[in-house]
Ligand binder design. Sequence first.
Ligand SMILES: [Zn+2]
Length: 263
Amino acid sequence: MMAGRLIPIVSDPGEQATVDLIGGARAEALQLIQESWGLSASEDCRIYVMTSWLRFVFQSAPWSWRILLAVTLPFWSFRARRTWPYSAAWTQRYGKRVAIGIKPPRLLAQSDKSFGVRLFVEEKDMQLNVRRVTCHELVHACSAHLRLPAWLNEGIATVTVDRFAGKRTIRAETLNLIRDYQPKAPPPTYRELSRMSGEAFVYHAVRGFWLAGFAEEKCPGFLRRSFRLNWQHARSSRRSRSSWAWGRRTSGARLMPWLVVTL
Ligand SMILES: [Zn+2]
């Protein structure tokens, strides 16, 4: 799709102020994502004003997925319920559909910030936070087809938000962790990251930001070109989708040798 094409915003009645807020950030963020990474959202992308995790999941899933989600509810609801208090927004992928859920400002203000304060420069204005969260999640929506590893996915989203905000939104002190912290395990998946705490969590949560920022500073356009090459390769390849995931001994790893080695 073209940058700026309207992605629908779905909400309950009474959420018009949040719809307007998200709508204002949407076109600006999509333009920036296209310029920064050459990425745009899929045809079937929607944004939901999210006031309940259960309602968001079932409202945003296609009909065929709802049955599967209902049957498997005990397996995924625990994690969803646990991460809900900390989450500002979620991006879910159901086949070709990408659904973004964003909490309205009043719920964002009530969120548990015990993790967030260690990562982000404090921003008290919840309207600004909703705009930034919209930008962050739209990056995930636009890169969903690339199936990037969690660190890179978060890295490009956070770098984009800094450009969107016109200032750094990640605490500068977290860079000390990149220098000093000795990771005891390989980069975590999202599921593994959600179980982490303390320094390990902060380190893995911000590492992608500092690395993507470093790549952009030292070699502008490198990531953008890599995304295009990976996608072209994936489309022309007969190998299974999972076999080209970045960070394995596949096309992704060959395209990004220094990043794979460094990480
Ligand atoms: Zn994210």
